[in-house]
Ligand binder design. Sequence first.
Ligand code: IDP
Ligand code: MG
Length: 139
Amino acid sequence: MAGNKTFTMLKPDAVVAGNIGNILAMINNAGFKIVSMKYTKLSKDDAGKFYAVHKSRPFYDELCDYMSSGPIVAAILEKENAVEDFRKLIGATDPTKAEEGTIRKMYAKSIEANAVHGSDSDENASLEGSFFFNKFERF
Ligand code: IDP
Ligand code: MG
């Protein structure tokens, strides 16, 4: 059975462009409840750990530089079928391929600076949420 939680980050490009409010409104309007939230900044080392699964990909080093270039918002979201529904709401990794009305189509700057992260499985949602929030902060 699909889980009811996912993890997101509003990435540095979205924060610096002043889109936190607009993106959170889209998330709420799509039926997601915010159950944990934090405004923070990753060090390059933190970003490297978070994206360790992408270590062998050619864009890894650049991605870690980018993700540590400015503040982010990390959040745990709750909704039935959260992981799949949130991936639909954010759209394709490459904003030029994202569907109309998706967060990435509306706010992403590029395939790298693509406004938001969304977990790709229940297992990763749980691991990624634990990366940012301790058990007393995960509702
Ligand atoms: P996802 O965020 O849609 O799940 P992943 O393939 O898991 O996409 O990649 C993680 C992140 O790495 C992307 O969100 C994006 O910021 C960055 N990324 C992915 N592919 C590329 C690329 O080809 N060039 C530069 N950055 C990329
Ligand atoms: Mg991914």
